[in-house]
Design a protein around this ligand. Structure first.
Ligand SMILES: [Zn+2]
Ligand SMILES: [Zn+2]
Length: 300
């Protein structure tokens, strides 16, 4: 809730006119409690978990021609009832664990100093904070995820997330309730170390989940804008982790690729990638030799 009754009060306190974004924020938030603003995350997460996976899930169900080559594990297809079961299980966990966790974590959010007032942060401040949050999350998640792959952690907790060896977007938040709590810590550390505005927190929680859905989509789409983010792992990187399954000692990082490179946990992935590239090149050469293909090798 803002400590000003009118826009004129806010402008007098700031000593300048409000920007149009600040005027919008004033109109929306002035009479709402900080707790209610924080609880918006529940609605955002519900929409993100339900809607963001849909395009790639529909792609794998409908299988329009030309898209199969972008499916990372093209031989594995889930039926519509399996897809719906995954969504239903995720929503059950959402209402039983994720939402209560959001409701109960408000005192910590208040304690670390997430603010809701004016002035609003600049674009560059939001961008810098989001980058820091992603890096802190990626590093902490990497080690917690590695720990979840120890015998006890895997059998008691993490094997639930690995039930999908060829994941779909809906399977991103599919996990044991204890994993939801444990991996909530890396997401919270960034805002705790570098607290920002409520809008930055909304963006952070939304973008982190959208990123997780992208990395579980099962599709490596060449036109994805995420391809331009340096060191971004994407679907191909994390799909390999699910493909190898419980024995996996590869690709633990949630967002970027550098932790796996630095700590040497991407060797299997890089070996398999090289092998696949070689097999593809050999196949093209073979097709060319036998005259089956009209493809020009120079163009490949
Ligand atoms: Zn894992
Ligand atoms: Zn996963």
């Amino acid at each position: 809730m803002l400590p000003y009754r009118t826009i004129a009060d806010a402008e007098a306190a700031l000593g300048r006119s409000l920007t149009s974004a600040e005027a919008l924020w004033f109109d929306y938030s002035a009479a709402k409690s900080d707790y209610f603003l924080y609880c918006h995350n529940i609605l955002f997460l519900c929409l993100i978990f339900s809607l963001v996976p849909l395009p790639t899930v529909l792609l794998q169900l409908a299988r329009p021609s030309g898209f199969d080559r972008f499916k990372i594990q093209p031989k594995v297809r889930l039926s519509s009832s399996e897809v719906f079961k995954c969504y239903k299980d995720v929503m059950k966990m959402f209402f039983l664990v994720v939402s209560p966790l959001q409701l109960a974590s408000y005192p910590t959010v208040k304690m670390v100093g997430i603010r809701t007032g004016l002035p609003l942060p600049s674009f560059w401040e939001i961008l810098a904070q989001l980058l820091i949050y992603f890096m802190i999350e990626d590093y902490t998640n990497y080690w917690l995820h590695r720990w979840l792959h120890c015998k006890w952690g895997y059998e008691k907790i993490h094997r639930v997330h690995h039930e999908y060896t060829a994941p779909i977007g809906f399977a991103a938040p599919y996990a044991h309730w204890a994993e939801i709590l444990i991996l909530g810590i890396p997401s919270f550390l960034g805002p705790a170390f570098v607290p920002g505005h409520m809008i930055t927190l909304w963006l952070w929680i939304a973008l982190r989940q959208i990123e997780a859905i992208d990395t579980h989509s099962g599709y490596d789409l060449p036109w994805s804008p995420a391809k331009y983010i340096p060191f971004y792992g994407g679907a191909d990187h994390h799909d390999y982790h699910h493909y190898v399954g419980g024995l996996s000692h590869s690709n633990f990082a949630s967002v970027f690729t550098y932790c796996d490179f630095i700590y040497g946990t991407d060797k299997g992935y890089r070996y398999q990638k090289k092998l696949l590239e070689k097999m593809k090149a050999d196949q093209i050469k073979e097709e060319w030799r036998s005259g089956d293909s009209t493809r020009d090798l120079k163009d490949d």
